[in-house]
Ligand binder design. Sequence first.
Ligand code: MIG
Length: 789
Amino acid sequence: MKEEIVYTDKECYPKDFIRYSTHDNYVELESSEDLRLRIYIISEYIIRVRYTIEGYFDRDFSYAIDENFKFQNHKYDLADNANELIISTNSVKCCINKVNLKITFKNTDNQILCEEEKGFHWEKNETYGGYIVQNSKKSLKGESYFGLGDKPTDLNIKGKKFTNWGTDEYGYHKDTDPLYKSIPIYYALNDVGAYGIFFDNTYQSHFDFGKERSDVTSFWAQGGEMNYYFIAGPKLMQVCQRYTALTGVPEMPPMWALGYQQCKWSYYPDTQVKEIASKLRALQIPCDAIYLDIDYMDGFRCFTWDKEKFPDPKGMVDTLKAQGFQTMVIIDPGIKKDKTYDVFTEGLENDYFCKRIDGHYVEGKVWPGDCYFPDFTKPEVREWWAGLYKGLIEDVGVAGVWNDMNEPALFEVESKTFPLNVLHDHDGHQTGHRKAHNIYGMQMARATADGVKKFRNGQRTLIITRSGYSGLQRYSSVWTGDNIATFEHLWLADVQAQRLAISGISFCGSDIGGFINQPTPELMIRWIQLGIFHPFCRVHSSGDHGDQEPWSFGEECLNIFRKFVEIRYQLLPYIYTTFYQYHKEHLPMMRPLVFVDQKDKETHNRDNEFLCGDHILICPVIEEKKRSTPVYFPSSNWYNMWTAEKYNGNKEYKIDAPLDQIPIFIREGAIIPKYPIQQYVGEKNIDTITLDIYYKEGDEHSYIYEDDKNGYGYENGEYKYSTFQFSGNKGEVKIHQSIEGTYDSEIKNYVLNFIGLPSIVSEIICDGKSQYLGQSISSNFKEIIIKLS
Ligand code: MIG
């Protein structure tokens, strides 16, 4: 059967193949019309596809790819057949049709994973020059799609269409598009397996997963190159790890950054900040950080203080520190046009601000009034910006920084952002805003991270950004912007966090309770119950919509809120370990069910429940007045954390969810480390932790990662990574521990807490010696045997 592919008049496509040549790590093909196609063999699993239609390739430069990514010059085989060229690694076959240059990706069993429809094609961009570069692939029956960062919609994005163009979207809703971030990685899952496509093009880009035509998936951009990475699986989780390795991971955060954080727009004056802090302590709500929003500044001038509201910033920061709080401040990109303001005059003198093509500055209104904007795509500007943090960080003692409005957002203009004729340095290759828009925010966060780090005296920091592009996670955590206090937004927070995590950005969270409007007590409770399982856990709200501190909703809410924050603090060693798995093994911290059990088709459309790390399954309650909720369990057997009841995997159950509980399940065989409750990280000298051990007939692995929680010694091996091998049968449980790293942990003892044992313990033998029941054991044990009677 001959397929008819219909091109429009404007669409051009590769025609006559002329020749190919082989190189160390790529194969280049030429066809008529100055078309060149390069297939780079990045690794056994990653093939990069890059086209030009101008006869030569432009500078190869990407803000997304991690410079630490190890390009291995991977060896490949090339077969030149009558109809196609076949480039193969040990895991992927990339087959290129010699007539039309269409590409088919297959696995080594010759099964088709991804086949082109029109494949690469392009149109002249009459307005701006260059080309609109497009690619369309066949959408297989039953194929599902995932990814794309902060999109506020169902996890499975089949049948939907999206645009990437960083936008300040106050009060967005389900399906609002685009939002703040541009993360052009998508995953496809079909009967053969899973793969990913990372379209590394920073222009405004678009993705269509069978919306325009149900059997076609396509992506295109308004300019730049058709340049994408095909990432093989066959498991979604592997694709995710490979994408995350390619675009990088953050360093380990200070452990306090995983604590609860309190924010509002805005806490001022300093006396109010201190009151909030004292109240958190008085009411015993664990908390590690307090935020200052824009009102701490003098007329919204970045790097200044309002001397009336904050007469003694260092004094305030020190007072907070003494109570165990870190101080975080906001910094926006807009620099007030004010000849008496040194940041402005310095920027002006050194030519650091963005200009339009004819030499005029981009002037835009934001909080300070008329502003100019640093060109963060210029290395000297980033350097300068980094240096500006000395005052806040070194002199005042602020612990970390929150970057907002960096889409960049402008008031009072319809586009909400810069005009397109703004020029950017783009690291030495000047370009226009069309290409630089989507990376502006991440380059700001990058400069911020460099600066803050420089002045932290060897302590780790926390950076948060609202906007960014793939790879932003190397510099910063993120939040999901201006959400609303509704149950719909609680669900959005859940899916957005999962989606960000699989898009390489695990360190994320939502404004708990909703930024806009005031939540009901019930909503506030349901939201913190989810929020404690997001790496970035912060209550934030717009102060003009009423109070949102945990005590603002009555006694019952306060008590339940506290109970959940306490669970978070108990689980910190587990969450920190999960962060380490992200940092080290590129595993997402939040794992959608389909990413853990893709064989089970039921998981392909589930998006309420997810795994936090290896062993904890959570299902938030996303409907008002619901006191039970359906939960689908991926394979394995699961213990209800509240009742220790056991559930089988690959089934749905209705689970009780009274107001003070949400469904939380622990995988059988898991060992979950738990801290005692603290009011902030480091409050207590912890020498003993509890291991909750969930019995299983069979084997399971668990891990604990430890280091000094705040320094960089871990980069030189000063950490302790314990692997626990659990194996259980009716007569005994054995736990074997192996330890990696040189960190001499302050945790010397484990208290063992067994859940679900089939009979009572008759003896515990630790490294060959019999123990008293209930006695804690050395945290360096090699093997414990628990005899059951
Ligand atoms: O125009 O700094 O998303 O978190 O509190 C609003 C004030 C600017 C938007 C951020 C929000 C922050 C607010 N900002």
